[in-house]
Write a protein that binds this ligand. Sequence first.
Ligand code: ATP
Ligand code: MG
Length: 447
Amino acid sequence: MKIQIPEKAKFIINTIEAAGFEAYVVGGCVRDSILGRVPGDWDITTSAKPEQVKGLFRRTIDTGIQHGTVTVMMDKEGFEVTTYRIDGKYEDSRHPKEVTFTPNLEEDLKRRDFTINAMAYNESKGLIDIFGGMEDIQAGVIRCVGDATQRFKEDALRIMRAIRFSAQLGYTIEEHTAEAIRVMAPTLRNISAERIQVELVKLMTSDHPDYIRRAYELGVTAVVLPELDACMATEQHNPHHRYNVGEHILHSLVEIRPDKAGRLAMLFHDIGKPSTLTTDEKGKDHFYKHALVGADMAREILRRLKFDNDTIHRVCQLVKYHDYGMGQEPTAYLVRRAIYKIGEELFPLLLQVKQADIMAQSDYKRQDKLNALDKWQQLYRQILAEGQCVSMKTLAVNGRDLMEAGIPSGPAMGEILKAALQMVLEYPERNDRKYLMDWIAAGRYKE
Ligand code: ATP
Ligand code: MG
């Protein structure tokens, strides 16, 4: 096994070795190199103590000196160099209370989560693979290093990491590791929402976002996303659907590109269905207002998981409007109104959401739905090409024009501008300053 280590990392390893210590690239970069993926960062593990590492390089930063990590700066690029360590007892499934440095590489590899993440490599010693990481890569397996239950007890975040890596790599979770996840899932309550969010986003933007199904099967979503479990338990007797609500959601995830807001929008687009279910006298299920209810639920869930406001806004808008105009004949007016409601910037993503939703439904009327969506696309392109007004920004009159015409600023002015925009959405050719000023002067906005 030969790994191409970047020159700068090689220089760091050589310098440390020349001073009489050991040093290896380790963890994610070794795994990704073996997989032929481009590693995000090259972490280095060494027998040298942090102070000794600092003594060997001109520019270093004390990144996490109490955990043994020093960042060595090479030009503008930083490399994390961490001393071999044994993690001490963990407090409440979260942080190691203390770490102990060790001169033994094996001890350092033992503290790592999964066999595929517990390999080290350098040019003098080659691949150090004590726990069968290579074999597990070849078999496509996520397996804990050592006793799985114990490892999850030390740090419950590893439960999320196991599922996330399986989704990123398309791997299965080894039986004992899976069983330990099932047993330890409730301890995820001790993990901060921020850390769960990071893993959820990596899972959602991976090649296999639908592997969240495994999280459901192993009782993980019951703890971090119980709303999904409710969907998995909700059948939908309706010709438009072939799956229950949860399975429809999972199938829709793989139908959209790996964009964070897009994938999260699919995850939540039907989350309002379980609580809006009604069954008519013919036995057909309906979910009136599920998009609106779902947008509110998505906001609550995303807040609980401490997502940023921009992401919350984007995802909730997409959830709220995912069904907008469905079943109606697409007209330019409908599309302009949709662009206005969801926002010009988000609109292209809404079209992707709609497409993914259709693809995860039944075949019933699928071609009609796709044809209608095509028409949405065409109308959208035409609206763009003609530069038609779809927002207050591009309305031919603004507050200043109205003020000059003697209308005082305030809520009334806002109403006038809104009425003008509503009209222009319907009749784009009327987006003309003179026309609109005359229309306003004549008091027609009151109609
Ligand atoms: P990526 O950077 O793609 O998320 P990675 O494997 O590099 O994947 P990092 O979080 O960067 O993951 O961690 C680097 C290495 O540190 C891992 O490969 C693993 O060996 C170890 N590690 C990280 N988090 C944990 C953890 N919670 N428990 C045990 N070992 C961990
Ligand atoms: Mg990494």
